[in-house]
Design a protein around this ligand. Sequence first.
Ligand code: SF4
Length: 496
Amino acid sequence: MNVILIYPEFPDTFWSFKHALEFIRKKSSSPPLGLLTIAAMLPKEWNIRLIDVNVQKLTRKDLRWADYAFISAMTVQRYSAHTIIDQCKEFGIKVVAGGPLFIYEYEDFKNVDHFILNEAEITLPLFLRDLEQHSAERIYQSTEFADLEYTPIPDWKLVNMKQYASMNVQYSRGCPFNCDFCNITALFGHKPRIKSTEKMIAELDGLYNAGWHGSIFFVDDNFIGNKKVLKEELLPALIQWKKDKKGIVFNTEVSINIADDQELMALMVAAGFTKVFIGIETTDENSLVECNKKHNLNRDLLENVKLLHRSGLQVQGGFIVGFDHDTPLTFQKIFNFIQQSGIVTAMVGILQAPPGTKLFDRMSRSGRIDHMMSGDNVDGSTNLVTKMDVDILKTEYSGLLNHLYSPEQYYRRVKTFLQEYKLPKVKWNMNFQFITENLMAFLRSIIKLGIFSKERLYYWKLFFWTLFHKPRSFAQAITFSIYGYHFRKICELHVV
Ligand code: SF4
């Protein structure tokens, strides 16, 4: 059996970092963790190739070779997934599909032979068993949640790590909270399920021994869902593990209540975490009540973010506009918050309702679902009939994004962040590749941002300000300049 695992193309989005990756000559942010995990669950006698369309072409040779294609996709990869499935069918390949896109939209993919939906640890073995007996069904679904202890270690040997800026691991699934626009609890449940510390360390060893000595993203939707085990077991083990490792830095996603736990923040920093994505969503308490984001209520969100920065964790923030309680004043309030907090990477999107969420059900009942959502958080679209006039909403949204990512405001925010941030110590792996990659990115930033761009004045101001006031943060300032270039390109694409 010849099998290709295919990961469809990501469009040019906020999180693709496509325009920033050009500076370090990488093709994608991270490899498809789900497919690599699937690969480790397939029969050992099968021949397996991974084609991540974001870093390599799917060729006719690949398609002639394969008997089966396994495709995994998120909503935002919908268009590319359709194209790839059609290509596979032209070559007479059987197509097996799984992942969030197909869980809710499988009826739109008539050409797919088999769907392995929900948690593959449960549904894939059933498919493989039936396939062996020539009785495979079209749809495999389950409402049960898998025990992550039996999730295999991803098959890293399928990946050309040089093409990627970061690697992914997963420690937990599920979130104890209940935000009504979020499909995480529908997909993975409320009770955080975690891997054992031994298993996590074995996964990290596998990655390190496969040659990865860089940034690692814990893809968990809420890494701090089970704080007790995290503080007592995983984080102390990570601190030990990292002692003789160079170049490793971690980042992840957490909820804002991390700011209530000084010990947790300190342990995460000691374990090598440098960045955390947090869904702040809005500064308006009525809108927080509306979306049931209770853990963001009755707290000083601004001070919480600043505390995280002072503790050594850079906050990347998610914000939403378009709640029923929003008014034209909301946009200015969110702008002020982001600027004052120094959240450099601020992802602001219009509210969308993913299928499977409480919001989707609520809006369906009142006839306010207009179409399926795009899955791109920052493309200025919504699948809802909004309370605010949609033209006003989109105009205000465009204005907010353009203002936030204008060179003047963006570089000002970087400075606010650097003034407050307690830069953690990182043991970089100063090998030839690391030095040349970073040196070349630095030189490219000078040429592209310091000479041939409208923002050059701001670039040089930050360059010299950091050099004289925060020399240890110089590399970070250059990185932010490069990120800013990417964010501006995204704004130009969608909202100018
Ligand atoms: S805290 Fe985050 S992951 Fe958890 S339900 Fe809310 S939005 Fe989803």
